[in-house]
Design a protein around this ligand. Structure first.
Ligand code: SF4
Length: 318
């Protein structure tokens, strides 16, 4: 069952040069208790998609249904209770935490905002319990973010997100700023929490090896659009879109005997400002033909399967 249904979601920005299509007609479902990975280069619109679908920024058009209720048209008052059910974990835990607040004050802040604790004792208990849940030692309750390493700071961010008992969390590059060994700890924590609490995630990243580790389904974004979507295993076994193939080829292989050829994407990236009605990857695609510059391909099932791909020539090149 889908917890989140996104229908034709668009987020455009008016710029001096024209209309920037940051998220352009995205339709997706996120199943309850599952993780949808969203991958793509910087600037492909994946973070804007995450923020737009939980109304941190207003959509230009389209609909988002959360547990059956349409939320894009809700005003802030109507949305306030719904907001508790959907939270966000940010990329840079240091930038997203107020450096003047201690760990306990940071975790207590959302609980106070929503008046969830009856008294001071209950608040302290809730904070300590959240610290236990995310693996932060209780002795750190009174220290400040600058005294902690990146992994512990991200644990504070996760504790803040969990403090309102959400069902859905947008994880926006939550491990990109961390060392590799710490990345694994945070990914494992997120997966354990998902299992324990039945959480649903959208996991946004530019790192294919990270997304492989955590996602049930993956969608690949290019210039504001979804170009491929399928189950995680299927994407790594049967990559169809030329852009996804190039992204996957960049994953390092831990063997000197199994050398993988990296596909380098050449050519200029198309402008997301007033884009032409054609394939947005055409300028950089080694398979591009005339038709690719003349019309935009639809995102459609490949050979009747649940594997969706947006490419005119998918059958010829696979
Ligand atoms: Fe390449 Fe054409 Fe497919 Fe676009 S539609 S990805 S240009 S082959």
């Amino acid at each position: 069952m889908a917890l989140v249904e996104i229908k034709s979601l668009k987020k455009y920005y008016d710029t001096p040069g024209g209309i920037l299509h940051a998220v352009d007609d995205v339709t997706l479902n996120i199943e309850k208790g599952k993780t949808l990975g969203v991958v793509g280069e910087s600037g492909c619109g994946k973070s804007t998609l995450g923020k737009t679908l939980i109304k941190m920024t207003e959509a230009t058009s389209g609909e988002v249904y959360f547990d059956g209720q349409e939320i894009t048209s809700m005003n802030q008052r109507q949305f306030k209770q719904m907001r508790m059910r959907m939270q966000m974990v940010f990329q840079d835990p240091y930038a997203s935490l107020d450096p003047r607040m201690s760990v306990s004050a940071l975790i207590a802040e959302p609980i106070n905002t929503y008046h969830l604790a009856k008294n001071r004792n209950e608040l302290n208990e809730m904070v300590l319990s959240l610290m236990d849940t995310v693996g932060l030692a209780r002795r750190l309750a009174n220290v400040y973010p600058h005294e902690l390493d990146g992994g512990r700071r991200q644990r504070i961010g996760i504790a803040r997100a969990l403090s309102l008992s959400p069902e859905f969390i947008v994880c926006d590059e939550p491990v990109s700023a961390l060392d590799v060994s710490i990345q694994a700890q945070i990914l494992n924590l997120l997966m354990d929490l998902q299992e324990e609490k039945g959480l649903t995630y959208i996991f946004i990243t530019h790192d294919m090896s990270v997304v492989k580790h955590i996602s049930d389904e993956i969608c690949v974004m290019y210039l504001g659009q979804v170009v491929e979507k399928c189950e995680s295993k299927e994407l790594f076994k049967n990559t169809l879109h030329p852009y996804s193939k190039a992204l996957l080829s960049a994953i390092p292989v831990p063997s000197i005997h199994n050398k993988k050829e990296r596909i380098l994407i050449k050519g200029e990236i198309t402008s997301p400002i007033d884009p032409e009605p054609c394939c947005r990857f055409a300028q950089r695609c080694q398979y591009a033909k005339e038709e690719c510059f003349k019309s935009e391909p639809a995102l459609k099932p490949y050979k009747g399967t649940g594997h969706l791909v947006k490419c005119h020539r998918v059958e010829e090149i696979n």
